[in-house]
Design a protein around this ligand. Structure first.
Ligand code: ATP
Length: 273
């Protein structure tokens, strides 16, 4: 019994232009992943090593996955996506084997990115399991550290990990030489929200009274995912009114906004800051 369904190589097809705003973080990602691949001689000349791993943290729905995919697409990297919990198996040894297999595939497919979503699942702080023994999470973590520190060097394989819970991640994983670039992906600011609406509304059919500026202002504190879902709700409102509707009007957006509850609270943002 394998711990995991087959590891799939993906070709994501997400471009930087699909991501609204978040320019600063995108620039940092390009520097740390694209530069080493495109200008390896500059790195060796200056005597620095490209990062092995990057942690993206922040509230849900704010484009962490989207960014990892765009990195792969734009730099022509193979993409292997794994969710932390997928690595767990109750069978002794199977979880470690699954981790080894992920890295083996990534090396074979290099240049590549391994995207570990929900990385917090496998890095619960040591000794916190209830039965007192070495937990599966501990074993998976040890194997992951082995791979990062590797006897076999990781050449042109970058680990991008994502989490909503940076606070529970084992510090061992974040030491220099491991996942040592840590980037906060914040909820979109006003200009990023404007961009997200612009990208989304281009795909929709709306009347002239739909005002991006107004929508961006009204969605302060929303994630990108929430903005997309507000647009979808607005279109459903239009259909609800008339199944033959050809356009979405401002009032549909207003209705969608008024029935919407934000998932990201100010307390959450404080937690990440
Ligand atoms: P989670 O922590 O829940 O895994 P995430 O930060 O990885 O979330 P994504 O999966 O990247 O979030 O985003 C979810 C969806 O929200 C995307 O598929 C996209 O439709 C939309 N979205 C989020 N941010 C943006 C953005 N900046 N521009 C355009 N779309 C966005």
């Amino acid at each position: 019994p394998s711990a995991m369904r087959e590891i799939l190589l993906e070709v994501p097809k997400v471009y930087w232009s699909d991501i609204g705003g978040q320019k600063e973080i995108i620039q940092k990602l390009k520097e740390s992943i694209e530069w080493p691949l495109q200008h390896p001689e500059a790195f060796s000349r200056l005597g620095i090593k490209p990062p092995k791993g990057i942690l993206l943290y922040g509230p849900p729905g704010c484009s962490k996955t989207l960014m990892a995919k765009a990195l792969a697409t734009e730099a022509g990297l193979n993409f292997i996506a794994i969710k932390g919990p997928e690595l767990f198996s109750k069978w002794v040894g199977e979880s470690e084997k699954a981790v080894r297999e992920v890295f083996r595939k990534a090396r074979a497919a290099s240049p590549s990115i391994i995207f570990f979503d929900e990385i917090d699942a496998l890095t619960v702080k040591r000794g916190t399991n209830s039965d007192g023994g070495i937990s599966v999470a501990d074993r998976v973590l040890s194997q992951l550290l082995n791979e990062l520190d590797g006897i076999e060097p990781l050449v042109n394989v970058t680990v991008v990990a994502a989490t909503n819970r940076p606070d529970i991640i084992d510090n061992a994983l974040l030491r220099p030489g491991r996942i040592d670039h840590i980037l906060y992906v914040s909820p979109p600011d006003l200009s990023s929200r404007r961009e997200i609406f612009r990208i989304q509304l281009k795909k929709m059919s709306c009347t002239m009274d739909v005002d991006i500026e107004e929508l961006a202002t009204e969605t302060d504190g929303c994630s990108g995912a929430e903005i997309i879902s507000i647009c979808q709700d607005a279109a459903l409102c239009a259909m609800d009114e008339n199944l033959e509707a050809k356009e979405v009007r401002r009032e549909h957006f207003m209705k969608a906004l008024s029935s919407f509850t934000r998932r990201i609270t100010p307390e959450m943002i404080q937690f990440y800051d």
